[in-house]
Design a protein around this ligand. Structure first.
Ligand code: ADP
Ligand code: MG
Length: 255
């Protein structure tokens, strides 16, 4: 019997255009913990996130992903989401003409059984409660999704979406480019405010800096499509100070 109450990646191998990108990823995120994946550009971090979300371009050749013991790789992206997985993308799309309030309502509505409707007053009560928690101004939700948003506003939208969906597991792929300190803080406050014993979170990042605001329970280092090293929060500091070269050497020993 597989262990429940964790998001587990087992020997995951995947390729795109016949090129192997993930070469056997193993990872276990128990509910209640925040884990971070670090690694140089091109090491496969975003590929892992996209495969967890069900991106169709990647071919999984081996391995499994289990959400509370349930295999998700056969599921469509929306089924995964209903099973409790949330993914924030590195490059969120614009949805012109659709307000954030309506977008989030549709996302919640999609999770209800046939024939059930979200009640408007209940919905807005919940929306405003989450917005207050995240210190988001009320006029924010009347804007179109991601249209003309600053980096910080995109992050706010993403975090609000996560707060509304209340996922069992959240994966945030945070690119370093274009994330100023304010945006980093928005992400960090969002993640920290959603930390709870029922939820596991995975934060993917290139820089240690984000991890000054989000103190992770575990840090994993990805090199060339594999997690080659895991440790506590101090590992992030060590990588910031000493770079990735010494970890890459670990990889050449183990492969
Ligand atoms: P990271 O997020 O760690 O920077 P990625 O997962 O984006 O790394 O990329 C890992 C490797 O996979 C890189 O060598 C990249 O060029 C390759 N790759 C990712 N997506 C594609 C794609 N759509 N087509 C071809 N190669 C890709
Ligand atoms: Mg990436």
């Amino acid at each position: 019997m597989e262990k429940m109450n964790c998001l587990k990646v087992i020997n995951l191998k995947a390729k795109i255009h016949n090129q192997e990108i993930l070469r056997g990823v193993n990872l276990e995120i128990p509910r209640g913990e925040v884990h971070a994946i670090m690694g140089k550009n091109g090491s496969g971090k975003s590929t892992l996130a996209k495969i967890m979300a069900g991106h169709p371009a990647y071919e999984v050749t081996e391995g499994q992903v289990l959400l509370d013991g349930q295999s998700i790789l056969e599921m469509e992206p929306d089924e995964r989401s209903r099973a409790g997985l949330f993914l924030a993308f590195q490059y969120p799309v614009e949805v012109p003409g659709v307000t954030i309030a309506n977008f989030l309502r549709a996302a919640l509505q999609a999770r209800l059984p046939e024939g059930e409707e979200i009640e408007a007053t209940e919905y807005y009560a919940r929306l405003y409660e989450k917005m207050d928690l995240l210190k988001i101004p009320r006029n924010f939700t009347s804007r179109s999704v991601n249209e003309g948003f600053s980096g910080g506003e995109k992050k706010r939208c993403e975090i609000l979406q996560m707060a509304m969906l209340e996922p069992k597991y959240a994966i945030l792929d945070e690119t370093d480019s274009g994330l100023d300190i304010d945006a980093l803080k928005i992400v960090a406050e969002g993640v920290n405010s959603m930390r709870c014993p029922e939820r596991g979170m995975l934060v993917i990042t290139h820089y240690q800096r984000l991890l000054e605001y989000i103190v992770p329970d575990r840090v994993h280092v990805m090199v060339n499509g594999r997690i080659v090293l895991s440790g506590d929060k101090d590992l992030a500091l060590k990588l910031e100070n000493e770079g990735y070269e010494w970890v890459e050497q670990l990889e050449s020993v183990s492969s």
